[in-house]
Ligand binder design. Structure first.
Ligand code: AHR
Length: 497
C-alpha cells in the first residue's frame, strides 16, 4: 500500500503552543496518594514526593498540569487543603465516593509542580460554591500580601504569590453526574460573574469556560453556544473533554476515533466563531482540550471498589498497544489544529488513566501510551505545518474514508529540524510513504522511531515492557524525497535535519 505527501516550509498552520502537551492530576484514586505522593516510599523526598515519579514526569516535559479536578473540584473546599496538616479535615469526597484526608493541598501541589518543572492550571469549584470561594482562592494564590487571604498564604510558608495564570471556571458543569450540575444559562451566568470577580483580583489571568463533557452529550453543541453567550467577554478558552474506548474489540474502528475528535474540534471552533460574529467581537476564543485519553479498561473493576476508602485504585486502565496508536493520532489531531487548540491535558498523569503507573510501596513503569506522548511532547515543538496528504482509505463501523496514513508535521526553526509523526492504520500491510521535502534542501534522516507490535492487546507491566519503541525504522532521502516504510499498524516519528 502506498501514500504520498508534500511537506513545505510555507504551509504553516501556527506555532505550536507547548501547553498542548499538558496533563492532569486530580485528587482521585492513587494519582496523588500513592502516585505523586508516598512519604514511606524508598524514593520519597523530604516532602514525601516520589522521586521516581518526578523523574518520569520530567522526562515527558509536561508544560502545564491541571489541578485539583476533575469531578472532584465541584465539591471541594480549597481551604481544607491549606495550613497545618494536623488541622486539616477529613471529608467525604462525593465525586468518587472516597475519603479525602487533605494531607496534600494547594501549597504542596505547587511545590511538586516546581519540582517537575511545570505550570499549574487551576480549577475553581462552581458546583457547590462560586464567586466568593473563587475570589478568595485567587487572592490567596496570586495577591502579593497585606490582605487577609494573601497574608494567610504567607503565614503558610509561601511568601511570594504563585501568580497562576490559567484558571478553569469549574469542571464539566453540563454533566448530570457533576455535583452542582447546572443548565447552560445557570452555568453561564455564574461563570461570567465568577470570572469578573477573579479578574478584579488579578487582571492578568486567563480563563477557561466549561464546554461539553464530550461530543455525545445531548446538549452538545447548544451548551457551547448558550454558555458563551454569557462568558464570551470574560473567557479566553473553552474546554473540550473526550475519552475513547474499544469495548467491542474493533481495532480498525477504534484507531479511527481521532476523526471523531477532529470533528468535535471543528464544531467547537465553528460555535465559538458563530458567537464571535453574533457579538460583533474582535476577540477569538481558543480551545483548551483539557481532558483527553483512552478510558474504558477499568470501568467494570471500579464498580467493585468499597466506598469511602482512602486512595483506592480507581480508573487504573492498563493500556494496550492499540491504545498507544490512538493516542498518537489524538496528538496528531491537536497539532493539525494548532491555530486554535492552545492547551490540552492528557488525562491523567499518574496511575489514574495515565502514562505512568506506580505500585504503592513498589516500582514504576511506563504504559504503552507513554511513548507517543513522550515523543510528541519532546519533539513536537515549533511550527505546525499542514502537509498535503494522498492516502488510500478504508471504511469502519462508524467512519467512512479513514486515511491509512495519519500524520502531523512540526518544523523547529531553531533546531533546523522537521519532525513527521506518522501512523499506519493498516492492520495487515506496511505503508510506503513518499514525502516531498524539496523546500527543506539538504535535510537528512536523523532517526526513525517505530512503535509496533503484532499483538494489539499487548500491555506493559512492572515486570515487562512489551511495548517500547525501536529505532530501526526504514527511511531514506533522495533528491528532495523521503521514502519511508511504516510497518503495519505502527506509530512512527521521523526526524529530519
Ligand atoms: O479524568 C477523569 C474524570 O473524567 C474527571 O474527573 C472528569 O472531569 C471527567 O469526567
Amino acid at each position: 500500500v502506498k501514500a504520498k505527501m508534500t511537506v513545505d516550509k510555507d504551509f504553516k498552520i501556527a506555532e505550536v503552543d507547548k501547553r498542548i502537551y499538558g496533563s492532569f492530576i486530580e485528587h482521585l484514586g492513587r494519582a496523588v496518594y500513592g502516585g505523586i505522593y508516598e512519604p514511606d516510599h524508598e524514593t520519597a523526598d523530604e516532602q514525601g514526593f516520589r522521586e521516581d515519579v518526578i523523574k518520569l514526569v520530567k522526562e515527558l516535559q509536561v508544560p502545564i498540569v491541571r489541578y485539583p479536578g476533575g469531578n472532584m473540584v465541584s465539591a471541594y473546599n480549597w481551604e481544607d487543603g491549606v495550613g497545618p496538616k494536623q488541622d486539616r479535615p477529613r471529608r467525604l469526597e462525593l465525586a468518587w465516593r472516597v475519603t479525602e484526608t487533605n494531607e496534600i493541598g494547594t501549597n504542596e501541589f505547587m511545590d511538586w509542580a516546581k519540582k517537575v518543572n511545570t505550570d499549574v492550571m487551576m480549577a475553581v469549584n462552581l458546583g457547590t460554591r462560586g464567586i466568593d470561594a473563587a475570589r478568595n482562592l485567587i487572592e490567596y494564590m496570586n495577591h502579593p500580601g497585606g490582605t487577609y487571604w494573601s497574608d494567610l498564604r504567607r503565614s503558610h510558608g509561601s511568601e511570594l504569590p504563585y501568580n497562576i495564570k490559567t484558571w478553569c471556571l469549574g469542571n464539566e458543569m453540563d454533566g448530570p453526574w457533576q455535583v452542582g450540575h447546572k443548565t447552560a444559562d445557570e452555568y453561564g451566568r455564574l461563570a461570567a460573574e465568577t470570572a469578573k470577580a477573579m479578574r478584579l483580583v488579578d487582571p492578568t489571568i486567563e480563563l477557561v469556560s466549561c464546554g461539553s463533557s464530550n461530543s455525545n452529550m445531548p446538549t452538545f453543541p447548544e451548551w457551547e453556544a448558550k454558555t458563551l453567550e454569557h462568558t464570551y467577554e470574560f473567557a479566553d478558552y473553552i474546554s473540550l473533554h473526550q475519552y475513547y474506548g474499544n469495548r467491542s474489540h474493533d481495532t480498525a474502528n477504534f484507531i479511527a476515533k481521532s476523526l471523531d475528535m477532529d470533528n468535535f474540534i471543528q464544531t467547537v471552533i465553528a460555535t465559538c466563531d458563530y458567537m464571535k460574529a453574533k457579538k460583533r467581537s474582535k476577540k477569538t476564543i481558543n480551545l483548551s482540550f483539557d481532558e483527553w485519553n483512552v478510558w474504558f479498561h477499568s470501568r467494570e473493576q471500579d464498580k467493585e471498589i468499597e466506598p469511602w476508602t482512602i486512595a483506592p485504585p480507581q480508573l487504573e486502565d492498563v493500556y494496550t498497544f492499540e491504545d498507544a496508536i490512538l493516542v498518537g493520532s489524538m496528538l496528531n489531531t491537536m497539532l493539525k489544529h494548532a491555530d486554535r487548540v492552545k492547551m490540552a491535558c492528557m488525562a491523567q498523569l499518574v496511575n489514574v488513566i495515565a502514562p505512568i503507573m506506580t505500585e504503592t510501596g513498589g516500582g514504576i513503569f511506563k504504559q504503552t501510551i507513554f511513548y507517543p506522548y513522550y515523543y510528541t511532547s519532546v519533539y513536537g515543538r515549533g511550527i505546525a505545518l499542514s502537509p498535503v496528504v494522498h492516502s488510500p482509505k478504508y471504511d469502519s463501523k462508524d467512519f467512512t474514508d479513514v486515511p491509512y496514513l495519519d500524520t502531523s508535521v512540526v518544523y523547529n526553526e531553531v533546531k533546523n529540524e522537521v519532525v513527521i509523526f506518522a501512523t499506519n492504520r493498516h492492520l495487515e500491510m506496511p505503508l510506503q510513504v513518499d514525502i516531498d521535502i524539496r523546500s527543506f534542501e539538504g535535510y537528512n534522516v536523523v532517526e526513525h522511531v517505530v512503535l509496533e507490535k503484532d499483538n494489539v492487546k499487548a500491555t506493559n507491566s512492572l515486570k515487562k515492557e512489551q511495548i517500547k519503541p525501536h529505532y530501526n525504522g526504514e527511511s531514506y532521502v533522495q533528491n528532495g524525497n523521503v521514502t519511508t516504510i511504516l510497518p503495519k499498524l505502527s506509530w512512527n516519528m521521523i526526524r529530519l535535519n
